[in-house]
Design a protein around this ligand. Sequence first.
Ligand code: FES
Ligand code: FES
Length: 158
Amino acid sequence: MLKLNLNINDKDYSVEIDEDMRLIDVLRDVLGLTGTKEGCGEGECGACTVIMDGKAVNSCLVMAFQADGSCIVTIEGLGNEQDIHPIQKAFLDEGAVQCGFCTPGMILSAKALLDENPNPSRQEIREAISGNLCRCTGYNKIVDAIEKASAYLLKEGK
Ligand code: FES
Ligand code: FES
């Protein structure tokens, strides 16, 4: 067993885990943060994307011990039905969500981009989500949504 200290969505956690656990296992199975999805488990689909110390990462490729002491943002840390985050609102407004399986990862890749580059070009948006696969939407609506999210965030001064 291994002791792991993490800050997730601005809350501190200290958990005992098996040494072979990945970050996604800790999030979903130990902490019940099931908004993070597992698709391929091999770094190919981006469904498991979270933000770790400011960077979008595939949580299926990060061993839990590698995340010790880090700050993580998962989809649960953005908004909720009562207080929706501007990126989530933009995805809904643009019809960028169909089955929704890719959506948490897409939104976190978008957040990591917009935190660093508040007014990205469509090309920069496409590059930022190039590791996130969507089988439903054809990507254009997702790019539209991230552009709209950029506008919402700039308007709000966030
Ligand atoms: S589940 Fe991690 S990249 Fe697909
Ligand atoms: S909305 Fe279904 S995979 Fe993207």
